[in-house]
Design a protein around this ligand. Structure first.
Ligand code: GAP
Length: 467
């Protein structure tokens, strides 16, 4: 839920009332604070993105469901800043053909179920607000399925009007089905210009300060409608004395949407309230009016909008564990984790067939070569049967296993077997080739199907399968 409705102001350190400390509810704010610097890094051009990973804290929740709902968790967020007039992603075509399960707000209100839709069609038909948001939904889908979540247990649910943050123009949560039901694991929101505008107001820096609240773009001359508060300095000064300056600055920094909303409150109740400098101030009809006029501008000032994918790492990891937990057909007791090799903590095991000393140099050669190639692996030279040792590595999700056997020792060129955990099939390849093969399998450059096509399948495995 990427809304601010239940958002705490941060956990306050109550041990020191003189110097309270606050813990952030999301990683995002640091990137908004650093907007000016990030813009400079990008040569003052839009669009650009920043990403951050770190701890986030929520004091409003009651922790439960293990990793699912905690007060302190790891969050990873991207803030992708765009020109509000150009919410078109140049790489959207890369993801447009993905078929994704979407649960739109319309489907939710009308009692329909989620349905699979081509991403390109969803953006064209306006189900998803714009192609930048669509692009990130596509990339989130690709990421989640790549790290091991089942496609059929993944959907994107659109926020309903009553749960959408007031600043967001569209928001979709990636949800996954677990034993706890459907849980949100990634939020993807178009937060419009809310954060940078709030920042402008809080720091009282007007739009004329370049590269901060606003970003100048040279476009063709354009006549624009301007809506602004016209403050009665005398009345505000009389009422609020030394605090008048900050109120005037606040009113000068308000945007059209906010002004229009307050104008109607002013009409109906004769006043509205603003919050600045940690205090609330009543603004009455004699203190302010709303001015509307046309302005021809040569340089347009815009406040960048932000699209924010926000990943809850603990929840994603939890879902990977649940979706990857499998049992071998016909043998309920034999369980394994089918982690994709890219995320498996150990990519490969190295198993001598027995404790025969002749296997030792080959095990050493393979282990050293894999260390050089950066392949995380584990040598298991314990005395258990090879089948039992395979089962043990399967249980912790090791993706592949190399076995050094008598053919490795006795035949040249020296070869060993490579076993795929999920299918339990094996191929035979030269000892010198195997570390590179595992590296390519582990980083996704090679698939097991490709390996099976290239190398002879090793059939002496059958006895091991039965164990
Ligand atoms: N900046 C947007 C934001 O904070 P959020 O939906 O509140 O949005 C983003 O949080 C992600 O963080 C969620 O999709 C979820 O995966 C994770 N998350 C939120 N609250 C959590 C909690 N109490 N415990 C564990 N993970 C949580």
């Amino acid at each position: 839920m990427a809304t601010s409705k239940h958002r705490p102001q941060g956990l306050q350190d109550t041990t020191s009332t003189e110097n309270p400390g606050y813990l952030r509810p999301e990683t995002a704010q640091g990137m908004f604070l650093n907007f000016k610097r990030l813009l400079e890094f990008n040569q003052g051009k839009l669009p650009f993105g920043a990403a951050q990973i770190g701890n986030s804290f929520r004091n409003e929740i009651s922790p439960r469901s293990g990793l699912i709902r905690v007060r302190e968790f790891t969050m990873a967020e991207i803030e992708h800043f765009v020109d509000p007039m150009e919410k078109v992603h140049p790489k959207f075509s890369n993801v447009a053909d993905l078929n994704i399960t979407l649960y739109s707000s319309k489907a939710q209100t009308s009692g329909q179920s989620a349905h699979i839709m081509r991403l390109g069609d969803a953006v064209e038909q306006g189900v998803i607000n714009n192609s930048v948001l669509g692009y990130f939904i596509g990339r989130i889908h690709l990421y989640l399925t790549k790290v091991g979540l089942s496609k059929d247990k993944l959907r994107f649910r659109q926020h309903m009007d009553n749960e959408m943050a007031h600043y967001a123009c569209d928001c979709w949560d990636a949800e996954t089905k677990t034993s706890y039901g459907w849980i949100e694991i990634v939020g993807c929101a178009d937060r419009s210009c809310y954060d940078l505008t709030c920042h402008s107001k809080a720091t009282k820096r007007s739009q004329s300060i370049p590269c901060f609240q606003s970003f100048s773009l040279t476009r063709s001359n354009k006549t624009v409608s301007v809506v602004q508060f016209e403050a009665n300095k005398g009345a505000i000064g009389m009422a609020y004395k030394r605090e008048a300056r900050s109120i005037l600055d606040y009113l000068a920094a308000c945007d059209e949407g906010y002004i229009t909303a307050q104008e109607s409150t002013l009409d109906t109740s004769g006043e509205f309230t603003i919050q600045t400098e940690g205090k609330a101030f009543k603004i009455t009809k004699d203190m302010v009016s709303v001015k509307r006029f046309q302005k021809t501008s040569h340089v347009e000032e815009i406040v960048p909008n932000v699209i924010e994918p926000s990943f809850g790492i603990g929840r994603i990891m939890y879902a990977i564990f649940e979706h990857s937990f499998q049992t071998r057909e016909g043998n309920e007791e034999r369980t394994f984790f089918s982690f994709p090799a890219t995320v498996a903590p150990y990519k490969c095991s190295v198993l001598p067939l027995s404790q025969n000393q002749e296997f030792v140099p080959f095990v050493k050669e393979l282990s050293e070569a894999m260390t050089k190639q950066g392949v995380s692996h584990k040598v298991d030279d314990s005395s258990g049967s090879i089948g039992r040792r395979y089962a043990r590595t399967d249980e912790i999700g090791v993706a592949f296993g190399i076995t050094v056997d008598f053919d490795t020792v006795n035949k040249t060129p020296h070869t060993a077997t490579l076993r795929d955990r999920n299918s339990m099939t094996q191929i035979r390849a030269q000892v010198t080739e195997l570390p590179g093969l595992v590296r390519d399998l582990a980083n996704g450059r090679l698939t097991w199907a490709e390996v099976e096509r290239k190398y002879p399948v090793f059939g002496g495995q059958e006895t091991i399968k039965k164990e």
